[in-house]
Ligand binder design. Sequence first.
Ligand code: SF4
Length: 538
Amino acid sequence: MNILIVDCLAREKGERKSSLDVIGVGPRAIAGVLEAMREEPSIKVFEEIREDPWKISQYDALMISAMSSDHICAFRTLRYWQRYGGGPVIIGGPIGEEYERLLARGFDLVVVGEGERPVEVLVEKALDRDGIVFDELRGEPGFAYRLQDRVVFNGRSPWHTRRMLDSYQHSVERITDYPLYWGARVYVEVVRGCSNFYRPRIRLADGRKCIDCDLCRSGSLRQRLGCPLDIPPGCGYCSVPGLYGPPRSKSIDRIYWEVKELIDKGVTRIVLSAPDFLDYGRDWLVEPEPLTDPRNPPPNIEALKRLLETLWRIPEIAGGEVAVMVENIKANLVSEEIARLLAEYLRGTPVHIGCETGSREHAILLGRPVYPEECIKATRILASYGLRPYLYFIHGLPGQTLETAEETVRVMEEVFRVGAEKVTVYRFRPLPGTAFEGFPPGKPGVKDRASRLIYEKGVELNRRYKEQLVGKTLKAIIVGERKRGEGVAYPFYHGPVVVVENASRYYGFLVEVEVTRVLSERLVGGKIKRVLRRVKPF
Ligand code: SF4
């Protein structure tokens, strides 16, 4: 069957506002399952379908990969399919938690939870050109569908074991379906799941309130999976531990193979993706118990070292022709030893740290595993070893007060002072399946004084960060064109999008750019100093 996977990830209403250069993990993971079953998947980004919806008509079935915030993009894709396509339409990813709403809008089937095994079952038993044989999915976990006007939900797909995850190879063939795969940050999953099984202590929107049994903080690793009140695990605003479970690290061989193949296909920028890169191999230290403690044991330095060492045997990485970066890390796991190891391989690349609030008490109420002072300390250590910490904060969270906001502003300033390169502020949005799902979204800065303090500090620091870039030289890949021959460039080692004077003729080239001015909150301007080499395959 010709199956089309449409990537709606982080596209919200249909267009990305940030992280423009990211190619996420989900669509390639599902394409890999389909390829292994001798199907012929293709991936298209939503923008491609929007430009020419007729393209959708060539396919027998449609699968959509989306996050909770992408429902408008997903509904638009569904409308194109209903108008120009035909055949079964399936949706999955974090958006699957809202299966009732999705089924009501016309999706045939929703995959809820981790997708690999359910997609395998679907193709094996129930999917053909004429539709889905729902009888075959009876009792199979991970699916929601309608049967005679009734919604059937078979429960979330159980968390896949580490060995199962390792047995599913993400597609490397389909990377070339992405228009800018040669210039984008391609995410390669190294760890799935999060080790934070603490729960929020704040009273939830439905009235539940932690009874301080302390099971999720001092119970055995297995006991921490549950809570007598059924409060979902993790920070109250985050869906990762509930949806994807505790961390499971992929084997070094699997990661090496995928990275190597992607490079052979022409990928030049790779992000080792994990809710916490420092959880890599930490799960192996406690097996067969689940890693549900975000603080103990400390990082598996041996495993991290072996992974990085192995990847650096790939000549393109060792020679600097391919940029490798890591995604997030938890500040509490950072030490001098860790920073030294990361710097050996990743000096000059960003590391992302969630701080979210500057108040220790607020952090505990939210279920955070990390305290603000640890974020400051980790920032100082990482920056002193030549890494580039990017810190994240959220305004409008439940429990936010003027005092917590003032503390947050102080911590934002402090992390910036001790070496954070960038501070990013998000507004709280309740996600389905999380402890905070019943709370209202955070008010915008204009409507709430506490939120305004955090928001405005974020804008100020972001501006300062961009101003500090002026006069600096960075490597960037020209990936597009604007007016008057200007080129649009992605910094090789990540950073703001650069609009480069007279550079459109260097489309597909890696260049050295001098940053000359700040253009907006998201853009800086620059001029070419040197053309380095072509990276776009012929
Ligand atoms: S959140 Fe649940 S498990 Fe954790 S301390 Fe409170 S009641 Fe106990």
